[in-house]
Design a protein around this ligand. Structure first.
Ligand code: PAZ
Length: 364
């Protein structure tokens, strides 16, 4: 096996091939952004879901990153509700805004439908399912939503239809980490025309390691030679060029996932120190639906007394502020359902507005 190498973003894009759909995707994004600019809307790029790392060129096997896409899909809905336009860049088949409420695994929508009309005569069919209309007169089945589900479904459907009517949601898909990196760069560059009106909310779970195509086996890796040894290269840290080159003045929010809660703050500070962006949201795997921490460089004036934010020392002279957002993990059944993304987005909207108004000074 060849030696592993460290890719810079430039050497990565010079050696790895773009996805076949990139040009079409970019054209779609450009047209979407033009429309949003005509309406003077703020735009957020939401990335969501996990990336894969193929092990073969004719891919049979791949590594995957954990993420169902719940954070991204839920957040996108709250951004849309707040009047933002959303570019939703997600892993193919992961959760999407609106349809996520009726995910096939947790809330299968077929369970909420009822057929009111009598079934067509089925003679000796094993179960009443057929694509062929019964002859001679096809009976139009009346399908209704289970009464207990109607209020909730109508509310989701209304929001979904309004967003489609307004044209404020644009969806892009990726599968591999390579697709993700090329798309992220291209979309960020397109969005840079929006300057401070653009926000980047990077909730996707992106692999830190990959196999460059030059090192991949063309065909399916064969078994029979004992254990498999694969040395992977590090995925370039693209937040750095994203901050310094691809986006102009955009408000960048990255996520940091850890399984050891004690690492959240140090890793978040380290990321801000290295890349110079605006916010890192730390979350630990097991509590991510109920507790997150927003870490930001400290404003020039210290947090007000009573503010739940706490000033913490950074590694050099920089100070950071950590703000925890928590919701009740086991609310009483009578309580209105609550999603932590509502509070995260609420907080980010205020901070983005301060950024637009120039109250937050960029550090770099
Ligand atoms: O998609 P999901 O709701 O199951 O999980 C969300 C998350 C934990 C992937 C996200 O909040 C996150 O932390 N993304 C960044 C992961 C990373 O450190 O690469």
């Amino acid at each position: 096996m060849e030696e592993s190498q460290t890719f810079s973003a430039d050497s990565y894009f010079a050696t790895q091939l773009p996805p076949a759909s990139l040009d079409t995707d970019v054209k779609g994004v450009r047209a979407f952004l033009e429309k949003q600019r005509e309406h003077g809307r703020k735009v957020v790029l939401v990335t969501s879901g996990g990336t894969t790392v193929p092990l073969e060129l004719n891919v049979v096997r791949f590594l995957d990153n954990f993420s169902a896409g719940t954070r991204g899909a839920t957040s996108a809905e709250y951004f849309l509700k707040a009047g933002y336009s959303v570019i939703f860049m997600h892993r193919q088949f992961s959760l999407q805004p609106f349809s996520r409420h009726y995910s096939h695994s947790t809330n299968p929508f077929l369970d909420f439908l009822e057929i009111d009309s009598p079934p067509p005569p089925t003679s000796d069919a094993p179960y009443p399912y057929t694509h062929d209309p019964p002859s001679p007169a096809p009976i139009q089945p009346q399908i209704t939503v289970t009464p207990t589900e109607r209020v909730a479904l109508a509310s989701v459907l209304r929001a979904y239809k309004a967003v489609h009517e307004q044209g404020t949601l644009h969806t892009l898909t990726f599968v591999t980490v390579n697709d993700y990196l090329w798309l992220l760069r291209a979309v960020s560059q397109e969005m840079s025309v929006l300057k401070r009106n653009a926000m980047y909310y990077l909730a996707a779970a992106v692999s830190d390691f990959f196999l460059p195509r030059q090192k991949m086996s063309e065909h399916k890796i064969q078994s029979g030679k004992g254990s498999l040894h694969i040395e992977m290269d590090q995925v370039p840290k693209v937040l750095k060029p994203m901050v310094a080159e691809w986006t102009r003045d955009g408000y960048i929010v990255s996520f940091k996932l850890e399984t050891d809660q004690a690492l959240l703050i140090p890793k978040a500070k380290q990321a801000l120190e290295r890349y110079g962006h605006q916010v890192v949201i730390g979350n630990d795997l097991h509590h991510r639906k109920h507790r997150v921490v927003l870490v930001t460089p400290a404003p020039s004036s210290p947090p007000k007394v009573g503010d739940q934010a706490k000033q913490i020392d950074g590694p050099v002279a920089t100070k950071y502020v950590e703000s925890w957002i928590e919701i009740d993990p086991s609310p009483p059944p009578s309580a209105a359902p609550k999603e932590i993304e509502e509070d995260i987005i609420d907080e980010l909207l205020k901070r983005h507005q301060a950024w637009i108004e120039g109250e937050i000074i960029p550090r770099n």
